[in-house]
Ligand binder design. Structure first.
Ligand code: PLP
Length: 391
């Protein structure tokens, strides 16, 4: 038996099931198996040329040194402008905005900098795999609220009220949602805000990283735009990874109350320090392009969404949730399906297609398909999924 070097906190955290599924598909492919992988949540579009040019220029201009812990002033100014023009939110670049090494780092920073052992974080399932793990690593307890298809995958006021205790410190929201693709309406957010009005100790982390990837003209509203009272207690998390095809540049950012921003910066000052100067110059160039490019790319994702949803909807064993945003299709395996109860990722792998099982998102009995891949790969994936479920 080996002694694990992991701390008590880390040993409570499961390894990422989505990374494991993606790696397994890669290994099988490398061993010569014919596998279509629809696991990865990463845009298949390149970083725009003008962004790469800005990074190159920054490096040539000597922007190669340590940066301020909360981000360069030029990027924070670009972020403040983005929030103001796209979301009608006013934040001071000096005190209410922070830049980090990806949205993931912002979320880690926010929870770690503010939570104490025994505090509770309300997370809505299906959820992005990292939220419960980050809460656990912060010493807190994740409290899961199950969103339901009949409520548009957004928690109701009653569900939220039931989950709140005196130990609740954060509520995490994520719309457009990974994995369900659901978006929240102003009315749904207002219902949540009404509950929060009765519990002033709770902060809201709204992860809006898929803001620009949305379909059929769906309207996006930031949670902080619901009311001034909500803005004062919300951390709005965003980044350039998904919108501008910049996952490898590692830039995420947030706008929020100065006390929370200060706490995140303090943590960063002893961990990552200010993130890469060159990446920050690139991110500022991306934000200067505005939302036109990601919205244009959404039309391609929309075509792929239609392809996948239309093909899989013909299968009586499956219920396909038609996403309004993000680049995933989330599928339920109906109880009547011949394969119900078996590990879906295993079954589908036997048929040559790798997906992420719903367990990873807190919703067993479902699976996620990433549509951030070519039409031909998606066609092949659908054919294999239909074969698996139709026999
Ligand atoms: N939030 C959600 C909902 C995501 O799906 C992801 C990436 O998969 C992230 C945050 C992380 O984004 P970043 O690349 O900026 O760390």
């Amino acid at each position: 038996m080996t002694n694990s070097p992991e701390s008590h906190l880390l040993s409570r955290v499961p390894s990422s099931p989505s990374i494991a599924a993606a790696q397994r598909a890669r290994d099988l492919k490398a061993a010569g198996h014919d596998i279509v992988s629809v696991t990865i949540g990463e845009p298949d579009f390149p970083t725009p040329a003008r962004v790469i040019e800005a990074a190159f220029q920054a490096a040539k201009d000597g922007e190669t040194r340590y940066t301020p812990v909360n981000g360069t002033l030029s990027l924070r100014t670009a972020i403040a402008h983005k929030f103001l023009t796209e979301n009608h939110l006013e934040y001071s670049p000096d005190t209410e905005i922070v830049v980090a090494t990806g949205a993931k780092q912002i979320i880690y920073g926010a929870l770690t900098a503010t939570l104490n052992p025994g505090d509770e974080v309300i997370i809505v399932a299906p959820y992005w795999v990292s939220y419960p793990s980050i809460a656990l690593m912060s010493g807190a307890l994740p409290v899961i609220v199950q969103a339901l298809p009949e409520h548009g995958m957004v928690p109701t006021a009653e569900q939220l009220e039931q989950a709140i205790t005196p130990r609740t410190r954060w509520l995490i929201l994520n719309y457009p949602n990974n994995p369900s693709g659901a978006m929240a309406s102003r009315e749904q957010y207002e219902a949540i805000a009404q509950v929060l009005g009765r519990h002033p100790q709770i902060l809201v982390l709204s992860d809006e990283i898929y803001e620009h990837i949305r379909y059929d003209g769906a309207e996006f509203i930031s949670f902080a735009a619901v009311s001034t009272a909500m803005k004062e207690r919300s951390l709005i998390v965003n980044g350039v990874s998904k919108a501008y095809g910049m996952t490898g540049w590692r830039i995420g950012y947030a706008g929020g109350p100065s006390s929370v921003i200060k706490a995140i910066s303090k943590l960063q000052s002893h961990t990552t320090g200010g993130t890469s100067a060159i990446s920050q110059a690139a991110a500022a160039a991306a934000l200067a392009m505005g939302p036109a490019l990601p919205l244009e790319r959404s039309t391609v994702y929309q075509r792929r969404r239609n392809l996948v949803c239309d093909r899989l909807s013909s299968c009586l064993s499956l219920r396909v949730l038609r996403p309004s945003g993000a680049f995933y299709v989330f599928v339920e395996i109906l109880d009547s399906a011949p394969l119900a109860g078996r590990a879906v990722d295993e079954v589908l792998l036997d048929h040559g297609v790798a997906v992420i099982p719903g367990e990873a998102f807190g919703l067993p009995g479902w699976f996620r398909i990433s549509i951030a891949t070519s039409d031909s790969e998606l066609e092949k994936a659908c054919t294999r999924i239909l074969e698996a479920f139709q026999g």
